[in-house]
Structure formats: structure tokens, C-alpha cells
Ligand binder design. Structure first.
Ligand code: SAH
Ligand code: SF4
Ligand code: F3S
Length: 460
């Protein structure tokens, strides 16, 4: 028997990179690789990179500097360490990475992960391998299923990619270039993946896509199914306790998705719906294809369908030419909507995007000031939302043992961590929890009497 080779993957960026890392592990398991927690003893290190903002993408080169040292040390010990760069920086800067970082053996774009075994072989034989084409075949047809023990070790909540790529071309964003055009997976394949996961203990499925509600995969009837229809199908599968989806675009919230929120108890009432800005002129310059009022209307329709629904969003401050009044319109929108959580970013010009050519810029100090004010507002909304849970009884899906002995941690419908003292038997179950207090971002409570009639959720 050959000794297993060791693989270390480090992921940056979004949920899709987390999911992709698992699929790379699954692919390389077939080549005799097992995961290791440290890069130092690995035979193959994969950096799964993100290109979304300058800071994210620069991390790659500093990390490669550290890995070069580890690789030299391995060589001194007579071991051959291969280094691969995957993800969105690989796609965007492929040849440049090969040029700038001689320590890199393999560069592989997000649509070519199923070719990893061949690329590794090529790197062993010829020194270096680069693949950043968008192959004609669909990688999902070739990526192997995770093994049952791998699924179990990853816990009770899992991501499933249902859609990849983006055709929206927001003027600030690299994703349409790094992930390519929108592609939706067929319903049958997704049902198959979800069944495999729930058969091995997964209870919560988050459907992911760069623009997940643009989903239009082929259904069993040969027609294109919407995300709402797909959710309805998945909710009917035994073992699926909770469904979520991310990230959605305001333009693609259709009637079927709204109906899914109205009708499906499994679909969690928490939606990440990025708006980016509250000013129509900026939204137009961003090519978001919606106004602030269009967004308000979508939120209203979702709230009418499901009263306890809550929202999170992404915001960019300091987009080229953003005036103080336009920034104030963003603050006003946030105040009006009331978010349970939100992420805000300083605008970062990205090579190759139309916004990077725009000449009016916002000064660094002004951007810092705007970011600070926005984050303060969002934080106060998030704290108020979390505090509102105190004294209520909420459903919690228990995930794992917590750091404190005897404590088990799970999540509410709104992804708030909730801690109780209980036996680990409750992991994988949804139970009503009476919330007593809040410690930073965590709810603390105790399991309430388990009559189904007592199960309630927080009001909006
Ligand atoms: N596909 C998702 C996520 C895109 S990236 C979506 O459409 O919402 C996640 C967030 O990063 C974006 O919502 C946006 O707020 C932010 N972002 C993207 N490009 C950026 C840039 N050039 N500068 C600053 N923030 C950016
Ligand atoms: Fe980027 Fe816009 Fe597509 Fe989101 S919708 S991935 S922000 S281009
Ligand atoms: Fe980053 Fe690519 Fe995701 S740029 S945010 S890893 S799609």
C-alpha cells in the first residue's frame, strides 16, 4: 500500500470558494490525497484565491512568499512540495502568476478543477502547468461525489452550487470575467447531490451561485426551472430541515421565489439581497439595472409574503463620483429597510472593469469616513435585531459542541449563533430555545419544552 499524499488547501473569498475547495479535496481523494491542517508537511498546497478587491488579491503574493520558504525547507528534507494557485486570481492573472512566482507549479481556473489530476501529473513531468480556459465540457459532470466520511466530517450544514458565473456585469465587479457566463445545473443533478448529503446526516442546504436567483436549470420536464421551483422540489426531500440560498440579485426576485418564501417552512426567512447603494445615479453608473425604489418594492413584496423575513446586504462606499448626498441616500435606505446584518466595502478599482476607467474618484479619507458611518449604522441595526431575540423562543438547528465544556452551538433562522447547555445528542436537530441573553453576537438560552405548539420564531 502506498502512503497517502498530503494536501493542504487555503481558501479566500466567498462561499463558492469554500465549496470548490471541498470539491478539489474530493477530486484529489481519488488520487490518494488526504487533507492536512498545515502547509509545512503537505505534498500539494492549493491557494484558492479571491480577486474581488485589491487587498484580497494581493494576499496571494504574500502567501506565496511564505510558501516558497516552506517548499525550500521540504526540498532540504528531500520532499517535493507542489504549489497550486486556484480560484479567481488564477483565472484573472494566470500567466502573470507563472511569470511573477517561479515557486508556483500549477495555475488552475475555477472551471477546470476536474482537470486537477492531469495538471498535477503534467507538473510532475514537465515542471509547470497552467489552465485558465473555460473548457467546453461542464466540470460538474466530472467532479466526483464526496465520500460519506468526508460529508460527515464537514458537519450538518452544506453548500451546493446550483448556478455559477454572472451575466450582470456590474461596472465595478470582476466576477463575470473570473467565473465566466452564467450556467445553471440541471435539477436532477442537484436533487442527487442533496440526497447524497442528507443520507449522510446533512440537515441544512445552502444553494449557492454568484447570482443564484438567476437559476434556470433544466427540470425533469425538460423546461427551465426557476430557483423558486427548485426550492419547492428540494423542500419535499426527506431529511432537508432547512434551505437557504445566496447570493441573489434584486432584479431576479420573481413571483415563484416570493411564493417559495410564502409556502415553504423549510426555506429560512433570511435573505442576502445586496443593493450596493441607495442613490439612483450611482446604481445606474454601477450598471445594477435597478433603482433604489425597485429594491424597496422587492423588499416589501418579500415582507408581505413572509412577515418574519429579515435581510442582509452588501454596500460599496466611494464608488467613482459618489457625492455626499448620494452617500446620504445609502444611509437613508439602510435606515428605512432595517437590516439584520450587512457587509460594507470601500470601492476598489479592479483591472479590466469599466469602473476602473472612471476618472472622478473619492479621496481615501472621505471613503474611510463614509465606511465608518455606514458600519456604525449597520452595527446598531444588527445589535437591535439580536437584542430583540432576548425573551423569545426560537428554533435552533444544532451544529456542534462549543468551546465551553457542555455547551452545544447551533444557529437560528437568521444565522445567529445560539448556545445551550445540552448533550451532544441534539446535534443535527432543530429545537425550540428560550433566549435569555446576548453575549456579543451569540445568543444564550435553554431548550424549551418540546411541544410543537410551543415552537415560534422571532417577529420581524
Ligand atoms: N455575486 C454576489 C457577490 C459579489 S462580490 C453579488 O452579486 O452580490 C461580494 C460583494 O463585494 C459585492 O456585493 C460588492 O458589495 C463587493 N464588491 C465587488 N466588487 C467590488 C469592488 N471592486 N470594490 C469594492 N467592493 C466590491
Ligand atoms: Fe458582480 Fe454584479 Fe454579478 Fe454580483 S451581480 S457577481 S456584483 S457583476
Ligand atoms: Fe472572490 Fe471569486 Fe468569490 S473573486 S468573491 S472568490 S467569485
Amino acid at each position: 500500500m502506498t502512503t497517502p499524499r498530503k494536501l493542504h488547501i487555503k481558501s479566500y473569498g466567498c462561499q463558492m470558494n469554500v465549496y470548490d475547495a471541498q470539491r478539489m479535496v474530493d477530486t484529489l481523494a481519488g488520487e490518494g490525497f488526504v487533507e492536512t491542517a498545515s502547509a509545512d508537511d503537505a505534498d500539494l498546497v492549493i491557494l484558492n484565491t479571491c480577486h474581488i478587491r485589491e487587498k484580497a488579491s494581493e494576499k496571494v503574493y504574500s502567501e506565496l512568499g511564505r510558501l516558497r520558504v516552506a517548499k525550500d525547507e521540504a526540498a532540504r528534507q528531500g520532499r517535493d512540495m507542489k504549489i497550486a494557485v486556484a480560484g479567481c486570481v488564477a483565472q484573472a492573472e494566470g500567466a502573470e502568476i507563472i511569470h511573477r512566482a517561479p515557486t508556483v507549479d500549477i495555475v488552475v481556473g475555477p472551471q477546470s478543477y476536474h482537470h486537477l489530476p492531469q495538471l498535477l501529473k503534467r507538473a510532475m513531468e514537465n515542471g509547470r502547468a497552467l489552465e485558465t480556459e473555460f473548457p467546453v465540457e461542464d466540470k460538474f459532470g466530472f467532479l466526483p461525489q464526496p465520500r460519506p466520511d468526508a460529508i460527515r466530517s464537514r458537519g450538518i450544514s452544506a453548500f451546493v452550487t446550483v448556478q455559477e458565473g454572472c451575466d450582470k456585469f456590474c461596472t465595478f465587479c470582476v466576477v463575470p470575467y473570473t467565473r465566466g457566463a452564467e450556467v445553471s445545473r440541471p435539477v436532477a443533478d442537484i436533487v442527487n447531490d442533496v440526497t447524497q448529503l442528507t443520507d449522510n446526516g446533512v440537515r441544512e442546504i445552502t444553494l449557492i451561485g454568484q447570482n443564484v436567483n438567476a437559476y434556470h436549470g433544466e427540470g425533469p420536464d425538460g423546461r427551465a426551472w426557476s430557483l423558486g421551483r427548485l426550492l419547492q422540489r428540494l423542500a419535499a426531500l426527506p431529511g432537508v430541515a432547512r434551505l437557504r440560498y445566496s447570493t441573489s440579485h434584486p432584479r431576479d426576485v420573481d413571483d415563484e421565489l416570493i411564493a417559495a418564501h410564502r409556502d415553504l417552512a423549510e426555506l429560512m426567512p433570511f435573505v442576502h439581497l445586496p443593493v450596493q447603494s441607495g442613490a439612483d445615479r450611482i446604481l445606474a453608473a454601477m450598471n445594477r439595472k435597478h433603482t433604489a425604489d425597485d429594491y424597496r418594492r422587492v423588499i416589501d413584496r418579500l415582507r408581505t409574503a413572509r412577515q418574519d423575513i429579515a435581510f442582509s446586504s452588501d454596500f460599496i462606499v466611494g464608488f467613482p463620483g459618489e457625492t455626499r448626498e448620494e452617500f446620504s441616500a445609502t444611509l437613508a435606505l439602510v435606515t428605512q429597510i432595517g437590516y439584520a446584518a450587512a457587509y460594507s466595502f470601500k470601492y476598489s478599482p479592479r483591472p479590466g472593469t469599466p469602473a476602473a476607467e472612471m476618472r472622478e474618484t473619492v479621496s481615501a479619507e472621505e471613503m474611510d469616513e463614509r465606511l465608518g458611518r455606514l458600519q456604525e449604522l449597520i452595527d446598531s441595526q444588527q445589535s437591535a435585531f439580536n437584542r430583540a431575540a432576548i425573551g423569545t423562543t426560537v428554533d435552533v438547528l444544532f451544529e456542534r459542541t462549543a468551546r465551553n465544556p457542555g455547551q452545544i452551538v447551533g444557529r437560528t433562522a437568521y444565522l445567529q449563533p445560539a448556545h445551550v447547555m445540552a448533550s451532544p445528542d441534539i446535534i443535527g436537530r432543530v429545537l425550540p430555545v428560550r433566549i435569555d441573553s446576548l453575549e456579543r453576537y451569540s445568543l444564550i438560552g435553554e431548550i424549551a419544552a418540546q411541544s410543537p405548539n410551543l415552537q415560534t420564531t422571532i417577529g420581524a
